[in-house]
Design a protein around this ligand. Structure first.
Ligand code: EPS
Length: 384
């Protein structure tokens, strides 16, 4: 068995984005149309700018599949850039505060912000969404579903219980939203906030939440610090450009409450609870499904804060690379907000980490072997 791991290559305005996902088992039927659906979802969202009018992200499978089934070899994917203008684009003369432009040039010791921003751009996350969409299909085989949605935009929060209130309408509500949201009441004010920021030449950040349901207990590790799922998720989510905070369950709020108001009491599973994870359940889920670096059988709940995009039409103060004179940061075009897109990327990252943890728990080289190991594991849980 190969550990599930992934890598990407490609520049924002280069020929293509390329991704490799290693460790998928043999025998998984992979629906490429579902990968493309996720790519389309990532491109959408009110507040996106000119670039998204140009791109039509579609995945090309370069390796790892035969007749739609995984071969157990690395899955190799490509997404073509329509705006493949890398060779012609000018070098920005003054770095943008908040982007990697300056720190990247400082790291390289050259005034070549183009070289830096091309890879620092969140264009790269399109490929992560494609790889994540493949990982989700593996999770789906084991009853695990990952769902992301926007909770807050420009400081305007959706209702707290939007996820629970949406119930079985969740997917339909999110598809109908221009923001990957679940609170229809919030849409108009988010739209107005984006229009307002656009008119002011400004940008907006926000918060999205990712939930995973059907997650069995015991994924992750309490033994190896690096394999604690909490640590892996934090690292994966912070690896998305522009993410400034990650909370799990109650998150920072837990620090302000007494233990009795934080920990989830252990109770007998209720009669209506059909999860096949044994007799133990919780009376609440403030831990967000993680204890001791391991999943505990409850839903996984993570929230992620995204800063506003650093490319502002109303450019912030910067310096000309050559002359050193004070000058506004270079501006070409930008989105006003991409929090809705970030929620799709966050979902992909959570899916990749959960799939990785599941692979490492169950082992096996083929999907059939994984299923046997899973059944055996569930029998063990039932006897505990
Ligand atoms: C980005 C700048 C914009 C965004 C881009 C991320 O691209 P451009 O410079 O071509 O206008 O649209 O996001 C994407 C291309 C994408 O697919 O999400 C940046 O500087 O990070």
């Amino acid at each position: 068995m190969t550990e599930l791991r992934w890598t990407t290559a490609g520049e924002s305005h280069g020929h293509s984005l390329v991704g490799i996902l290693e460790g998928l088992p043999y025998g998984l039927a992979l629906d490429v149309a579902l990968i493309d659906e996720e790519l389309t979802r990532r491109q959408a969202g009110f507040g996106r700018g000119g670039r998204m009018q140009i791109e039509r992200d579609r995945v090309h499978v370069l390796g790892g599949l035969r007749a739609g089934m995984t071969l157990g070899s690395p899955l190799a994917l490509a997404i073509e850039n329509k705006d493949a203008t890398l060779e012609k684009l000018p070098d920005p003369s003054s770095p943008r505060p908040g982007h990697a432009d300056l720190a990247g040039c400082q790291q390289l010791g050259v005034r070549d912000a183009r070289a830096v921003l091309e890879r620092a751009s969140s264009r790269e996350t399109a490929m992560r969404v494609a790889l994540g969409a493949a990982a989700r299909q593996l999770l789906h085989e084991f009853g695990i579903e990952v769902f992301g949605y926007v909770r807050e935009l420009g400081g305007l929060a959706a209702r707290n219980d939007a996820f629970e209130a949406a119930g079985s309408e969740r997917r339909a509500l999110r598809s109908a939203s221009a923001f990957q949201g679940l609170d229809a009441q919030q849409e108009a004010s988010w739209r107005a906030a984006v229009e307002d920021a656009r008119n002011a030449g400004d940008t907006l950040g926000g918060i999205f939440e990712v939930r995973a349901t059907g997650v069995p207990p015991g994924l992750g590790s309490y033994v190896d610090p690096a394999q604690r799922l909490t640590a892996r998720l934090g690292s994966a989510l912070f690896s998305i450009p522009a993410m400034k905070g990650v909370e799990i369950g109650l998150g920072f709020e837990a620090a302000r409450l007494r233990g009795s108001k934080v920990h989830d009491e252990i109770v007998n599973r209720e009669a209506g609870d059909t999860r096949p994870f044994g007799r133990f359940a919780r009376s609440s889920n403030r831990a967000g499904g993680l204890e001791g670096g391991l999943t505990n059988g409850e839903d996984l709940i993570v929230r992620v804060a995204m800063k506003p995009i650093p490319t502002l039409r109303r450019s912030l103060a910067s310096m000309d690379f050559e002359s050193g004179a004070a000058t506004p940061a270079t501006y070409q075009r930008s989105d006003v907000t991409s929090v809705p897109s970030a929620s799709v990327v966050g979902e992909a990252m959570v899916a990749l980490e959960l799939a990785r943890a599941l692979r490492s728990k169950l082992g096996g080289d083929s999907l059939a072997q994984m299923h046997s190991a899973f059944e055996h594991y569930l029998r063990g849980l039932a006897q505990l």
